[in-house]
Ligand binder design. Structure first.
Ligand code: PHE
Length: 341
């Protein structure tokens, strides 16, 4: 076969392969095969030496023409693959900019905050001041001024986070009562909501950080009857119904007499259930009449004044009200949990 014909045949075959290439890699393989340095066109030009000058001139022309034709076919096929790829990407990554945005999600108050707010409102309406105090406390305000001297066994009742320099993280909000008595003097009605800390082994019902509201009233002729009245008013408001309470003796160095106030279980109403551990009662409110030493240490004459004090576990209350069975959820910061309230 004449070289010119060979060139033409090669060109036709290569054009067909360019059209058949399924992607840009296959196309590149064809290009190397035909137009590359060791490709079929280069091979053919090796035979030019054997030709007459006229034949060489004509074969040279044919070769150049074939080369140009193939190069442009290759180029346009390459463009086609590139624009296909772009179109595919545009289709895949398409976003509808006219869709409405999801918008900011409304937040909600933490369940403990909600209950705290309600209790603050209630006590404010009864003439109580809402006082705040430091979370890092002195040993004096957290223990000594509450009739808990250094060697007193009651210090072991509270696993304390001690800090350098003798201070501590308050183990209850009672020190705010001491500060209230020191600063405001009698007569006094106050509550102290806030965080308290104990070095507890954390599990479903124990946390190292929890919320309390402690309260106190100091006035003339304050009796256990006043205490019970305020506690019943408090609990009925929180649970939005009449509650049945009972008092049991309880020991706290800063009250005398001291009580544990139990509420008849609001889940089962008395017969017993897992929440009240089958007893029908839930321990909710330690309280009592303020110990004369405690008044005296804060500069109040116990012969003239008396008072009651109570401590309400806000965290426990929130759990009872909302039926939360794991205390750890409250501190978790988990929005799936918090957005339910
Ligand atoms: N401060 C006590 C505690 O946190 C609770 C308490 C307050 C008990 C007032 C009696 C009277 O354990």
């Amino acid at each position: 076969m004449k070289l010119d014909d060979q060139i033409q045949k090669l060109e036709a075959g290569a054009l067909a392969r360019i059209q058949e290439a399924i992607d840009s890699e296959a196309l590149e393989a064809v290009r190397v095969d035909v137009l590359g340095r060791k490709g079929s066109l280069a091979q053919i030009s090796k035979d030019f030496g054997k030709l007459t000058p006229e034949e060489r001139a004509s074969a040279g022309k044919a070769l150049n023409a074939a080369k140009q034709a193939l190069e442009s076919a290759f180029e346009s096929r390459k463009q086609a693959f590139a624009s296909d790829a772009l179109n595919q990407r545009l289709r895949a990554e398409w976003v509808d900019l006219t869709l409405p945005a999801p918008g900011p999600r409304p937040g909600s108050l933490h369940p403990v905050t909600q209950i705290q707010d309600e209790i603050e409102d209630l006590f404010t309406s009864l003439g109580f001041a809402v006082l705040d105090g430091p979370e890092v406390e002195t040993e004096y305000h957290n223990f000594d001024a509450l009739n808990i001297p250094p060697e007193h066994p009651a210090r072991d009742m509270q696993d304390t986070f001690w800090l350098e320099g003798g201070n501590l993280l308050r183990t209850h909000t009672s020190p705010v009562q001491v500060r209230g008595m020191e600063k405001l003097g009698p007569p006094l009605r106050m509550i102290a909501p806030g965080r308290a800390f104990r070095n507890e082994e954390v599990d479903a019902s124990h946390e190292h950080t929890f919320y309390q509201v402690e309260g106190m009233m100091v006035d003339r002729d304050v009796s256990v009857a006043h205490l019970i009245y305020f506690m019943k008013t408090l609990l009925s408001a929180i649970f939005r119904r009449e509650v049945t309470v009972r008092l049991r003796p309880g020991y706290f160095p800063f009250v005398e007499p001291g009580f544990e106030l139990d509420v008849q279980c609001l889940i089962c109403g008395g017969p017993g259930c897992p929440v009240c551990k089958q007893s029908g009662w839930v321990e909710l409110l330690p309280c009592g009449l303020v110990q004369p030493n405690v008044l005296r240490m804060s500069g109040i004459d116990p012969d003239e004044w008396g008072g009651f004090a109570f401590g309400l576990g806000l965290t426990r209350l929130a759990m009872m009200r909302y039926g939360i069975d794991d205390i750890r959820l409250l501190q978790s910061g988990d929005l799936r949990f918090l957005s339910q309230f």
